[in-house]
Design a protein around this ligand. Structure first.
Ligand SMILES: Cc1ncc(COP(=O)(O)O)c(C=O)c1O
Length: 423
């Protein structure tokens, strides 16, 4: 099944199995932190995470092979239980709870994001999503007519929209560095950006991991390039955290926007934004005029339950181990890559396993164009959920997470082989 965001109903049997798993309300407390003991017990005797038990902590319909976390991930059941508990508390006395302990718990999520990004709490803003974060940055830069933004040919509409607005309404120009899919080397990426820089360029904006080809871009090197030319480096991190480790200081960027609802397994409509304290006076969107807090006069009331849920999802991933989770996603990704590379009539656009530019995303196309619709039909028939890409000649993107197991990869392989055959 090719997704552009169609809703999938939960099966009752899955809910029942959730109850059987013992994740009833009350198992997790009101502490604002995931029950680490419960997650910690999901280890095998060797001490390595028990991936099968962890996979069972999600409501993903067992009828489907869900391979589209790059669009939306799923929240772990313990986190959902905690969010329900927060809501019950909030609704028992909205103002007293909402502007009291619930808001305090939501505010306490900013240090968790700072911990994830390796920055100070004061450099973190909770947003609604990557797009929201990018909008805030683009608006807050107060760019002047004639100034230029340099980006790549593999950017997502969510990251690009605000810059296109500046082009349309403010006389700003957008330049594009044309990257290969995958690029031959990190050097090639840096050279392409360098060649496209102009004296008027004020911002380099690029994805950390490209949504279309799964390339992990050498951001640290682009930050260096940007700063050498007196530009700011702004990163669209929608596809990165949770799948790759993000250290914004090591990346050297000035701003980094991401979403909670993909690989961080957070609630839908949660986002994370980093603004380097050194440039906070250069990025001044009106919503941040009263500071970066979750609640300020100019931001008003927001969905604090979801913000708290994001914090709990961050705890969930951290409890298993961020490196272990990223390693697991890479392991599943390499299996997918292997299946595709051994299937005739496919073209891979993502870097091979082991490359410094490889990420947890795998993107590919079908070379015999007549077989493309047949494969899409086959995925739909077999309930294999993948993302249709549709830019730069790339057909599909496969993204896994903790709810996926080797069984899902076999289902994907079977669909592929039914249409394209096997080598
Ligand atoms: C690279 C990139 N940027 C931005 C977005 C938009 O994300 P959101 O809807 O969470 O703002 C996406 C969504 O998939 C993406 O892949």
């Amino acid at each position: 099944m090719i997704q552009n965001n169609s809703a999938t109903a939960l099966s009752l049997s899955r809910r029942e199995s959730l109850r059987a798993f013992g994740l009833a309300a009350g198992m997790f407390g009101f502490t604002g932190a995931v029950n680490r003991a419960a997650v910690g017990s999901l280890s095998s005797v060797t001490g390595a995470p028990d991936w099968a038990s962890i996979a069972a902590q999600f409501l993903i319909d067992p009828e489907i092979a869900y391979l589209n976390t790059g669009s939306l991930g799923a929240i772990p059941c313990p986190v959902m239980e905690e969010m329900q508990a927060v809501n019950q508390k909030l609704e028992s006395n909205p103002v007293q709870q909402g502007f009291g302990p619930v808001l305090a718990d939501a505010e306490a999520v900013r240090p968790k994001i700072a911990d994830l990004f390796g920055c100070k709490t004061e450099e973190v803003v909770v947003t609604r999503n990557t797009t929201d974060g990018m909008n805030q940055i683009a608006e807050g830069l107060n760019m002047q007519p004639g100034q230029r933004v340099l980006t790549s040919n593999h950017e997502h509409g969510g990251g690009l929209g605000a810059w296109k607005y500046l082009v349309k309404r403010r006389g700003v120009f957008l330049d594009v560095a044309e990257l290969g899919a995958p690029p031959a080397s990190e050097d090639e990426v840096v050279e392409k950006f360098k060649a496209a820089l102009r004296p008027e360029t004020k911002v380099i904006m690029c994805s950390h991991v490209t949504f279309s080809s799964g390339v992990q871009v050498p951001i640290a090197r682009l930050s260096e390039l940007a700063h050498q030319h007196g530009c700011l480096m702004v990163v669209d991190g929608a596809q990165a955290p949770g799948g790759v480790l993000v250290d914004v200081k090591a990346l050297g960027c000035d701003a980094y926007a991401s979403s909670g609802h993909k690989y961080l397994l957070g609630p839908k409509g949660t986002g994370l934004l980093y603004i380097n304290e050194k440039v906070k006076d250069q990025i001044t969107p009106f919503v941040l005029e009263d500071g970066y807090g979750v609640y300020t006069a100019i931001r008003g009331t927001s969905n604090w339950t979801e913000t708290i849920g994001l914090g709990n999802s961050l705890d969930f991933v951290k409890s298993i181990g961020r490196e272990a989770v990223a390693g697991r996603l890479m392991e599943l990704r390499n299996q997918i890559y292997d299946v595709i590379s051994k299937t005739p009539g496919t073209q891979l656009f993502s870097p091979p396993p082991g490359s410094s530019m490889a990420s947890h995303l795998v993107c590919f196309s079908v070379t015999d164009r007549a077989k493309h619709p047949l494969l899409s039909e086959q995925f739909a028939k077999d309930k294999v959920i993948v993302k249709g890409v549709g830019i730069q000649g790339i057909d599909y993107r496969i993204t896994c997470h903790l709810y996926n197991t080797e069984k899902d990869i076999s289902r994907f392989a079977d669909s592929l082989h039914k249409v394209l055959g096997q080598a």
